[in-house]
Write a protein that binds this ligand. Sequence first.
Ligand code: AMP
Length: 493
Amino acid sequence: MKFSDLGLSNEVLQAVADAGYTTPTPIQEQAIPHVLTGRDVLGCAQTGTGKTAGFTLPMIDMLASGRARARMPRSLIIEPTRELAAQVAAAFDTYGKHHKLSQALLIGGESFSDQERKLDRGVDVLIATPGRLLDLYERGKIILSDTKILVIDEADRMLDMGFIPDVERIVSLLPRIRQTLFFSATMPPEIRRLADAFLSNPKEVTVAPPASPAKNVEQNLIMLQPFDKREALRRLLRAEDVKNALIFCNRKRDVDILYRSLVKHGFNAAALHGDMTQSLRTETLNRFKEGAVQLLVASDVAARGLDIEGLSHVFNFDVPIHAEDYVHRIGRTGRAGRGGKAFMLATPEDGHFVANIVSLIGAEIPPFKLDGMEPAALDNEASDRRSRGRRGGRGGRGKTERKDAAPQPRDAKPPREQQTRREHREPTPRNERPQSPRQAPVSMESFPLAANGSVAPLPARRPEPAYADDDRKVVGFGDHPPAFLSRPRAKLA
Ligand code: AMP
């Protein structure tokens, strides 16, 4: 099929040709004709499939006639992260270059006044993250009663980030008669329920089975001891023909440590995680995209949707705790038909998490022997013990548990349905959330009974593994001296 068979205008076809696309991707082929007829679409598609163009191209044509009124956007696209929102805005610029549509990007961390000024002028396309959109709505800067097209992108990511209550609120502010396009990489039951609530007789389009890694990504698994991880990564980076790479860690703290370690060893690296200011995140990402930075050490804030042209490698410095994050992380490479390579460093304790990934993707990850490094064997029971220990001691799932059942790590969050957190700033991805006592699910398993029936003391928590060259030593009270030390001393009588 050709783009010209999809019913798009000549102007849009010209923009597509200018972008260098010759053939529509499967999601574009299946979704565009239905979007153009005004039908709701439920798209099960992961990033990298061309889904952004799948909804932006027809939207440009549908919005081509008509005028926007002040503060009343004609269409709304909700994205889970600022980076994705910015990427969609860039797609509208690319594909809408032969049209005169106006757009506004409402994301946290940027000036309210600029965004308000744009809204006042009237916008055809509003691209927003949920928190900032609701902020501006509550300030009376947006009226959503004239919004006729709604796109909810990366719905499962919104769910993970606790945005669903915000999304439900936003949808309740829109007119009932509207066109809704709903995209999600996976369709767990909660997402399916939302889709049923938001969509009316949708055309369902599925382009890849949920959670299947791109076929053109060569995957490798390196099993080693925890203290060998940084050395192994350095060797790999030197041995591989790395044009540019994303290196994922599970925690923000480890992103910083690894980034500093790489720089110390002479690599051209930068860090990206949710604790950085938005301006620094944008600047870092731009430098990486432009090629000024070769290695970007990142948390899962970079795992979804980021489109970095021709990314040659993805390294999982840490095995992701949630198996589906593996698919999203390695999906940053091998995009748009190109090849890519992914390496995952796993220590014996990661055995259980690796098994979950293998079970999810339905294939073994080929082992890779790194010269000069002592190989290690994965120990399913060790990480199974770790999962149980993290959940509060005895009584956790035994050896017979389902492989694909999600483990509950130390920094686990409460079940998705219970999340009602309202985020105005970029939320912390789930692997990075600190566990507060309020968040921690409390079960009787946390209070094991002693033989005589009394409540036994909790077993001591296993210390976090420390890396051999961890240079973050805390001296004295570190950054947190107790308050009494800074109080002025009372005068003696
Ligand atoms: P997406 O899944 O929307 O993030 O798109 C992934 C990548 O595919 C982006 O770099 C797009 O520019 C690119 N792309 C989108 N549509 C096509 C197409 N029909 N042919 C080739 N590349 C495309």
